[in-house]
Write a protein that binds this ligand. Structure first.
Ligand code: GRF
Length: 198
């Protein structure tokens, strides 16, 4: 059974591309019903429009409160029968409204081996720390900054001669394979745990 899912993205959307590609070739048994972004001018929004995927792209500052903003998003998600959310470069903490409505059904991808280097510029943080290894984490989302339970992790080596661009390229390569695969694993589990899943 195909699950309706939404992707939240504010950046270039390369992970969004990877998810859409996996849906299209059947590696994810799902349908991307909405792209949510807090950056209406972002590349991810442009890509969603090109794909013909519905877009909700508004700044939270257009709303009286974070709760109002999130209520509107939840309404848009429910209207489309959305059951699962994948954050892919969404640079904003989710509040109680979305977390409560989609408990246990929101995942994120982060470019480090969490709990190391949470938050902004994880690649820069790893390089400044001089570590020889970083990686990619997919985790469930809670109210904290990159703090939810880890689902999958893949290490990435940082060689002494690697530039930031090199590390970024290696990380992205891992992300684009790991995220669709992990999403499919979770969706399959969700289906089994909730037999009445529509
Ligand atoms: C990725 O590195 C992801 O791990 C992080 O934000 C970045 C998004 O990149 N959460 P893109 O927009 O998918 O290219």
């Amino acid at each position: 059974m195909s699950v309706k899912l939404a992707v939240f993205a504010s950046g270039t959307g390369s992970n969004f591309d990877a998810i859409v590609a996996a849906v299209r070739d059947g590696r994810i048994d799902g349908e991307v019903v909405l792209l949510v972004s807090d950056k209406p001018g972002s590349k991810a929004v442009e890509k969603a429009r090109d794909y013909g995927i519905d877009v909700f792209a508004f700044s939270p500052y257009d709303y009286p409160s974070k709760r109002d903003y999130e209520l509107e998003i939840v309404r848009e998600l429910r209207e489309r029968g959305c059951r699962f959310i994948a954050l892919a470069g969404y640079m904003r903490l989710l509040g109680k409204t979305i977390l409560g409505a989609f408990e246990g059904r929101i995942v994120n991808i982060h470019p480090s081996l969490l709990p190391a280097f949470p938050g902004l510029d994880a690649i820069g943080q790893a390089m400044s720390a001089g570590v020889g290894e970083t990686g990619v984490t997919v985790h469930f989302v809670d109210a904290g900054m990159d703090t939810g339970p880890v689902i999958a992790q893949v290490p990435v080596t940082i060689e002494a001669e690697d530039t930031r661009a090199d590390v970024q390229r290696k990380i992205q390569q891992v992300e684009h394979a790991l995220y669709p695969k992990t999403i499919q694993t979770i969706l399959t589990k969700l289906m089994k745990e909730v037999p009445a899943y529509e």
